[in-house]
Design a protein around this ligand. Sequence first.
Ligand SMILES: Cc1ncc(COP(=O)(O)O)c(C=O)c1O
Length: 375
Amino acid sequence: MRISFGDLVIGDIAKKNFQKVFDKNWASEGDNVREFEAKFAKKFGYKHAIATSSGTDADIVACAALYDFGAERGDEILVPALSFVATANSILAAGFTPKFVDINLETLNIDPTKIEEQITEKTRAIMVVHTMGKPCDMDPILKIAKKYNLMIIEDACEAHGAMYKGKLVGKIGNMGAFSFYTAHQIVCGEGGMVTTDDDKIASVVRSVKSHGRPAGSLYFDFQRIGFNSKMNDMEAALGLEGIETFDVFFNKRKNNLYKLLDMTKDLSKFCYFIKEEQYEKVSPHAFPIVLKDKKYDRNKLYQFLESKSIQCKTLFGSLPTQHNAFKFLKYNFGDFPVAEYVGDAGLHFGMHQYLNDDDLHYVSDALHEYFNEFR
Ligand SMILES: Cc1ncc(COP(=O)(O)O)c(C=O)c1O
């Protein structure tokens, strides 16, 4: 594929840190992981950063930490109906029930006006997802969380470095979750991070990601249900380089995103594109498109772009009503009309730092060629 979702080029910093694994004969969680956590926390301004084996595990561990704060098995966590599946899967894996909330068509994020109607006496938290790097509208969400005494987990896996009204994502709620899979801005191969400014939460997260032992201990004293969600030193070796290259890559991705948005602005009569408001900083994760009318045929566009070597993925779809996996929760098609519409009319493709101007013109030409038929 000429246009992929992301790429990894392993440079000298990663190689140097990888060499330490050979020199010390130690590949599990160790010095590289500790350095990666410290540098991630310092770079972005989080008080605590706790590395995990994936973004999915960051979500699982963040959810499972809620048991130390009054939650009980079977309680509910609110989550947008549309997001990458790891969100709802993590809630289930941690022993909770996902309670879905429809999204906003233009932001692709949880619709704050639809949250309150889903709250029950079992609701313990809201997992918001900053989809495609666009921050959720956090002010009304914070208000609702305060009114109903709910914790907020921010899934920022697609949103490294995004800001909402001057505040960094992963710091606005009680915990943030990040992914370092190849499509993301810091890459470990596989890897994740939980961030928090709260000392007690940090200590519980450290325990949960290491089988529920006391934070930092390797002794067999299991204080809570936990998992093996630890990152290893080979993954952290790659992530340490990602911290050094973050600003350059972020700006390159952002320039690419702005350039392609500019080249395709005449197509906005056919598509919703990602928008950046004055009060926010969008993190450039990918290039999402939602068709303004289903007659423009998402599946045909998808096939057309793939035939041009532009790797596409749908925009996730409504997890509870468009994916078999969640059938057992007994939602009905029609319960989440916006998520379902985006499920039928949305797609996205990569917008990473290794794309050059020729690539952007190539994508723009392909999109124009496709929509010419509808002019
Ligand atoms: C919103 C969201 N949450 C969670 C994840 C899971 O991250 P990982 O693939 O590192 O497990 C992803 C992955 O891309 C994601 O986009």
